[in-house]
Write a protein that binds this ligand. Structure first.
Ligand code: HEM
Length: 374
């Protein structure tokens, strides 16, 4: 081994590196041959179909690695600024991959429906439904088996990864291993949120409740003002009562959400609301960016599912999928129902004008300012 001057680290002496070796171009280009392993025998449409799937699987690989790195940061008892900067950077990378990946569906849409039907029948029961990496991403994020959309009588989503007669496959083994890799990102983030010192340096077991009660009072005043305004501009007198009922229902649902029976859940929800309410405070700026990063990633993941469904509808309509689901109906349901971080979304409904938010308890702590008189 030889060392280049400076801090580049060890390099192998006198051995040139070639692009084709490092990137393994030949091996890569030999992987689009389909069932017979020979792409010269395939029409361009089928090679395109295989290639687009492979491109997505490669992106899934990167997203999976990044999500593991992000989850590992959350395992720390205290997240330092360095941890949070790393988390946000990686979340942005994942989001960018999904944003770019969402455009890959357009490439798939250049596949004319009848050209696809020429080779579709030989694919059964193959389907992206058997993508072990997508399942790994979902599991790592924290999607529970019980939350999955039932798709028929074939058994669980994991059973679909087994071979004929239920034998283990590389895909089923990968996913089984992922199931053991705990905690999920959802749980790790929840643990971090639960430790948020609402109330600052003097926070105690019920600080979050005190904050929530103050917040609810401000929220209620905000609702009253909005209701009064909505009633004033309502075109029909009868709308007044209807609007009041709507606003009252909203008031009650916000209260129920922020004061659940489960104390731990209450602390987590209060922490999200707290971070979202005072994001300009220096100690909360990075936590806020972390939450925004998670939300942004989840939003793109939902769009990814929706975009895939629209591409599928355009190419095969609403027929049964090769993987045995109801096809587009199933895919639309996953886009609608799979939310890993519903709390983050729910808090959006209860944010209020910053000018009427309750004064921040422990402002010196969160503003990194010295306590006066000390
Ligand atoms: C002509 C192109 C495509 C069609 C017609 C199509 C169709 C479908 C259908 C109908 C399903 C539902 C499961 C089933 O019953 O098969 C599905 C699932 C899936 N597809 Fe595609 N797909 C196409 C391309 C792709 C591509 C390029 C990818 C990229 C990897 C992909 C990834 C997935 C994934 C991950 C699922 C599982 C979704 C879930 O269970 O949440 N599909 N696809």
């Amino acid at each position: 081994m030889a060392f280049f001057p400076g801090s580049l680290g060890p390099m192998t002496a006198a051995r040139p590196t070639y692009y084709w070796d490092y990137i393994e171009v030949d091996r890569l280009l030999g992987l689009q041959g389909g069932l017979d392993g020979d792409d010269s025998q395939l029409e361009n449409e089928e090679v395109l179909f295989i290639t687009v799937h492979q491109v997505f699987e490669l992106w899934f690989k990167i997203v999976l690695r990044e999500l593991i790195a992000i989850r590992n940061r959350f395992k720390a008892e205290i997240l330092t600024n360095e941890d949070m900067i790393d988390v946000v950077t990686r979340l942005e990378r994942c989001a960018t991959i999904l944003r770019v990946g969402n455009q890959h569906w357009e490439v798939m849409e250049t596949l004319p429906p009848r050209a696809y039907l020429k080779f579709r029948s030989k694919l059964m029961p193959a389907s992206g439904f058997q993508s072990a990496q997508l399942r790994q991403i979902e599991i790592l994020l924290g999607l529970e088996e019980s939350e999955r959309i039932p798709f028929g009588t074939e058994g669980s989503h994991l059973a679909a990864l087994r071979g004929q007669g239920g034998v283990e496959t590389e895909a089923s083994r990968r996913v089984a291993k992922q199931l053991e890799d705990l905690p999920s990102l959802k749980d790790a983030v929840a643990g971090w949120l639960e430790r948020t010192p609402i109330g600052g340096a003097h926070h105690h077991a019920s600080s979050h409740r005190e904050f929530v009660e103050q917040y609810l009072a401000a929220h209620s005043r905000d609702l009253d003002a909005n209701l009064a305004h909505a009633q004033t501009v309502a075109s029909k007198g009868a709308d007044g009562g209807r609007l009041k009922a709507l606003y009252d229902r909203e008031r009650q649902s916000v209260r129920d959400f922020l004061l659940p029976d489960d104390e731990r859940l209450g602390r987590i929800r209060a922490a999200i609301l707290f971070i979202e309410t005072y994001p300009e405070e220096p100690l909360l700026t990075w936590p806020h960016r972390v939450l925004e990063g998670i939300l942004g990633f989840e939003q793109l993941f939902v769009i990814f599912r929706q975009r895939h469904a629209r591409m599928v509808e355009r190419i095969i309509g609403r027929r049964t999928g090769t993987g045995g689901t109801a096809g587009v109906d199933y895919l639309d349901q996953t886009a609608l129902k799979y939310r890993i971080f519903p709390e983050l979304w729910a808090v959006r409904s209860m944010l209020i004008n910053p000018q009427i938010a309750p004064a921040l308890e422990g402002a010196a702590f969160f503003g990194l300012r010295a306590e006066s008189g000390g």
